[in-house]
Design a protein around this ligand. Structure first.
Ligand SMILES: NC(=O)c1ccc[n+]([C@@H]2O[C@H](COP(=O)([O-])OP(=O)(O)OC[C@H]3O[C@@H](n4cnc5c(N)ncnc54)[C@H](OP(=O)(O)O)[C@@H]3O)[C@@H](O)[C@H]2O)c1
Length: 323
């Protein structure tokens, strides 16, 4: 009998790859979306999760839910962000869990984030630890994770905490850096030895597939990375190499970047809207976000196959083609 997967957030950055992979593995894919868009799924259900009740047929016959829908990729968070994230990431999860329980769904793979552990610079952060500084996004993800794991709504709940996900047509951090380097206004930063964990979209999808079917994943929370931390300087050099440009023979001192960032803070305050470069952006650029993704490798035999360096050309090309 064919397995049925319900994929929320199917039309986002990660969703279509997951749907294609499920189809290739013989699953029937039902996609949740807010607006009808074509894609690699067999059927779709239109609903604004967290705001509208789930149509009755949504979970009928479903074997496993892959819950990706949510609010992410926010570079700035203003007042009211907590409520906004809670609705988008926590409320939607509660609704899907309740409907899964009612329909006797077996598996629930929740796409959380390493941000559920917290922000900051602690290298090799332990997946069980929580940092004191947690963003509204991180808080909403953490609350949703707890609901998935402790609600008892399904017999096979799994939480995935992806680090930054890369692949063609990226969003957020990588998209911004690539566009800035290509436009020539990204400064040649010194190598500050910061370390950011990342994962290729295809590898993350493989991790999710394993979690759905491997009984050992039941009730587990897995950080997912490609195992290689990258400094911002390395990312910058990978982009230059993909664009066929030489690495500049000079670097902009950090002190000058800090002055420019402070100038951005002042401009942002004056116009009541954040400037494109400010202290928050600089902190993200030079800070670390390094996580230990070893548990899923040890327990489920997961092996990431892709790396950022060799993936950069297809990523840069994908941005070039939509620019
Ligand atoms: N990409 C990363 O680097 C990364 C890293 C760690 C964790 N994650 C997590 O992985 C998941 C997928 O990420 P992504 O990068 O694919 O996100 P994305 O590109 O922003 O896509 C989000 C998807 O969710 C849908 N959605 C949002 N709110 C919804 C709602 N209320 N009802 C129904 N659908 C809704 C969006 O539909 P619309 O088109 O209608 O907006 C979109 O299809 C997210 O939960 C994210 O937090 C991503």
């Amino acid at each position: 009998m064919t397995n049925i997967a319900l994929v929320s957030g199917a039309s986002g950055f990660i969703g279509p790859s997951l749907c294609r992979r499920l189809t290739a593995a013989g699953w029937q894919v039902r996609a949740i979306m807010r607006r009808p868009v074509p894609g690699p799924w067999d059927e779709s259900v239109l609903v604004d999760l967290g705001r509208e009740p789930l149509p009755l047929e949504t979970l009928a016959g479903v074997d496993c839910v892959f819950h990706l829908a949510g609010k992410a990729h926010a570079l700035a968070q203003g007042p009211g962000a907590d409520e906004e994230y809670r609705l988008a990431n926590y409320r939607s999860t509660l609704d899907l869990l309740a409907a899964s329980r009612a329909q006797g769904v077996r598996g629930f793979v929740y796409f959380s984030s390493v941000k559920a552990i917290g922000e900051g610079d602690s290298p090799g952060r332990d997946p069980g630890s929580v940092s004191a500084s947690m963003s509204p996004y991180g808080r909403s993800k953490r609350a949703a994770e707890e609901a998935v794991l402790v609600s008892g709504a399904v017999p096979h709940p799994v939480v995935l905490r992806p680090s930054l996900v890369y692949g063609p047509n990226p969003k957020g951090y990588l998209d911004l850096i690539i566009r800035a380097v290509r436009a020539g206004w990204f400064p040649p930063l010194p190598d500050l030895g910061n370390a950011r964990s990342m994962i290729h979209r295809d590898d993350l999808v493989e991790a999710a597939m394993r979690c759905a079917i491997d009984l050992r994943a039941r009730g587990q929370t897995y950080v997912v990375t490609d195992g290689t931390p990258y400094s911002t300087r390395q990312v910058y050099e990978f982009i230059l190499a993909s664009l066929g440009r030489p690495v500049p023979g000079w670097t902009l001192p950090l002190s000058l970047l800090r002055v420019a960032a402070l100038g951005g803070d002042v401009l942002g305050r004056m116009r009541g809207r954040r400037f494109v470069f400010d202290s928050d952006v600089l902190d993200k650029l030079i800070g670390s976000a390094f996580y230990d993704g070893g548990q899923i490798c040890r327990e489920l035999g997961f092996r990431p196959h892709r790396g950022l360096s060799e993936s950069m050309t297809e990523i840069v090309e994908s941005i070039r083609s939509i620019a």
